[in-house]
Ligand binder design. Structure first.
Ligand SMILES: Cc1cc2nc3c(=O)[nH]c(=O)nc-3n(C[C@H](O)[C@H](O)[C@H](O)COP(=O)(O)OP(=O)(O)OC[C@H]3O[C@@H](n4cnc5c(N)ncnc54)[C@H](O)[C@@H]3O)c2cc1C
Length: 302
């Protein structure tokens, strides 16, 4: 990270909440389900699919985890009612993973069962390395009963090729991303090029195993490599998808859609936007620059 970026990131805690809110508004649909519905409808009109995420993580109280489950059930009702092309993404620490693993698994199962009633799909996001084993245990436990469940693997994790080898033989769906948490070198590739290289190796392995890949990256090099592998494997467009975050790389999103690829946008919403936005600001200097721009623009936000 450059000195300028480091200074920006260090100064973030002092950034006034309204400024964070203004920057976050580009990356978060809003505070309510109605906001998420509005954003996904607009994405659908632009030819993109959605995956809706209820913001929140690291929940310590059962009541909060259960409230999140209820919210996800409402999300599926809304997707169906509004005829949206969208599935959902869930974070296990919002659903009680740090409270009790079997409590969390039951919560996930309620959400996946509801998705199944609507013929819809649930993707389990991958969080930091302290949760990887439990996340994969819950995925492997539920998948035989709920084929409409997918998981995420991170190319910065050294274990990922082994985790791919252990995937279910039929019907697995994996979102492959670089990984967003700060992990120790003992567990994770740290160099930019190593993470990229492992992304390509992991994607090839997913394709060789017949896994449905959701290729989640805004890195043009990786998009280019992925397009090459899709061509080499002769994949039909229903056999894979690209994924991007709301508010990021919108031009590349349009280019991929115009070229005939399917693309899904991650659409987070909820009242818990502040902690997750701060995490994103800390981890991505590009976003920290947005903060600086917003501060210089002044209170009117021009
Ligand atoms: C749909 C989706 C789901 C994800 N789910 C997970 C998950 O479950 N677990 C997990 O650990 N990580 C997840 N990630 C995050 C991912 O691991 C990376 O941290 C993130 O996508 C940046 O990596 P990149 O491949 O885009 O490459 P980078 O080299 O980091 O980014 C390439 C370019 O994209 C732009 N960019 C990338 N990210 C951002 C951003 N956040 N804000 C603004 N600009 C940005 C920048 O211009 C950058 O130069 C997800 C990403 C996507 C797209």
């Amino acid at each position: 990270m450059s000195l300028v970026n480091r200074l920006l990131v260090t100064g973030l805690p002092a950034v006034p909440k309204p400024i964070v809110r203004r920057v976050a508004s580009r990356y978060v649909a809003g505070e309510t389900l109605a906001d998420a519905v509005r954003v996904v409808r607009s994405l659908n009109e632009q030819g993109a699919m959605g995956t809706i995420d209820v913001l929140g993580e690291e929940v310590k109280e059962r009541e909060k985890a259960m409230a999140a489950v209820e919210e996800y059930l409402r999300v599926f009702d809304a997707i169906d009612r509004e005829r949206l092309d969208s599935n959902v993404s869930i974070k296990l620490t919002l659903l009680g993973l740090k409270i009790d693993e079997s409590f969390c698994r039951d919560n996930v199962e309620r959400i996946v069962a509801k998705a199944g009633e609507y013929g819809n799909f649930v993707r389990i996001d991958m969080e930091d390395h302290t949760t990887t084993d439990a996340t994969l245990r819950i995925y492997h436990d539920l998948f035989p009963r709920h084929g409409n469940l997918g998981v995420v693997l991170q190319s910065y994790m050294r274990r990922t090729l082994g985790d791919i080898a252990a995937l279910p033989q039929q019907g697995a769906s994996v979102r492959l991303c670089k990984g967003i948490y700060v992990e120790p070198r003992a567990l994770a590739w740290k160099e930019y090029d190593s993470v990229r290289a492992n992304f390509v190796v992991a994607l090839e392995k997913l394709l060789d195993q017949g896994v449905y890949p959701a290729i989640a990256t805004h890195d043009e090099y990786l998009v280019c490599r992925a397009v090459g592998l899709i061509d080499k494997h002769g994949l039909r467009r229903e056999r894979y998808e690209f994924q991007m975050l709301l508010g990021v790389a919108e031009e590349m999103r349009r280019i991929l859609i115009a070229a005939g690829h399917r693309l899904r946008v991650y659409v987070p919403y909820g009242r818990d936007w502040y902690p997750s936005s701060m995490r994103r600001l800390r981890e991505n200097p590009e976003v920290a620059r947005d903060v600086l721009r917003a501060m210089l623009a002044g209170p009117s936000g021009r």
